[in-house]
Write a new protein. Structure first.
Length: 287
């Protein structure tokens, strides 16, 4: 795999941005291998993802960000992120007691579907240690007291571990604890959550049982980035499945879990591929 640079950017829409950026790359002997762009007509904002090969690129990779900042970011009021495909993201997984999402994530990782490292799994329960051991991944447990009196201490220890492991993003694989503002601020738009799509309806315990009692005709799952507002961050991926009156609560739970793991893995895939750009409380998902 040839090393490439990946540039994700957004700025006020105006003529010449694509031309200027592509000229910068080609003038410096970069071979463009991907380009996708979108204009939000309502807010007049331009979004772009562009990727180019680095093997003949004249500018050293450690200087590319400086060039873009100097030549284009200030001129176009541009916000951007620069990545390199040979620097693998490092994903920490947070879990509680449910294993379906964890198994799916780890199976895809072991199958080589993702160009990612998983240095640790963090939990508030011992229940899923056996899963981590099956995949030979270190498993760490910090229990949070019912009165949350040790919540700050626990999260400080977790953040220290994340720093030591050089984690770049976090996946909440049915982790049943609230993430505090401190961790969210440390990983802005880099914490991915999954939940059923009944919210804000059917809040609390046993949402599928509540849905069955109401006779719903579809169930779904939503994966999103975590923000300070609970379950209201930028949505990355969603899906639904139709159901009928023949279902019972147990079959709804099984179908819901299937959706949750699929939707979560799709969101993780897009994040690893650096194909998500967040703007306000929305995401632009590049193809």
């Amino acid at each position: 795999m040839r090393p490439t640079a990946i540039l994700l950017l957004h700025c006020p829409d105006q003529p010449g941005i694509i031309s200027e950026v592509t000229k910068f790359i080609t003038d410096n002997q970069g071979n463009i291998v991907y380009l996708d762009q979108y204009v939000d007509r309502q807010d007049s904002v331009f979004f772009m993802r562009i990727e180019w090969e680095l093997d003949k690129f004249l500018i050293p990779r450690e200087k590319i960000e400086e060039y873009i900042t100097t030549l284009y970011a200030q001129r176009y009021q541009m916000t951007f992120n620069l990545y390199f495909n040979d620097i693998r993201p490092r994903m920490a997984i947070f879990v509680s007691k449910m294993s379906h999402c964890l198994y799916d994530l780890l199976a895809r990782y072991k199958a080589g579907e993702w160009d990612v490292d998983i240095p640790c799994i963090i939990s508030n329960h011992e229940d899923l240690r056996y899963v981590a051991e099956q995949f030979d991944i270190p498993y760490y447990v910090w229990s949070v007291k019912k009165d949350h009196s040790n919540k700050e201490e626990v999260e400080a220890a977790e953040m220290q571990l994340l720093k030591e492991k050089k984690v770049t993003f976090i996946v909440l694989a049915r982790y049943m604890q609230i993430i505090t503002d401190k961790m969210i601020e440390a990983y802005p738009h880099h914490i991915i959550n999954i939940h059923h799509s009944f919210l804000p309806a059917f809040v609390g315990a046993k949402p599928y049982h509540q849905a069955w009692e109401r006779g719903v005709k579809i169930i779904g799952a939503t994966s999103h980035y975590v923000t300070n507002e609970l379950d209201a961050g930028p949505i990355i991926e969603q899906d639904v499945v139709r159901i009928t009156h023949k279902e019972d609560p147990d079959s709804l739970v099984l179908k819901g879990r299937d959706l949750e793991k699929i939707v979560l893995s799709r969101a993780v895939t897009k994040h690893i591929q650096r194909k998500i750009l967040t703007y306000h409380n929305k995401t632009i998902i590049f193809s």
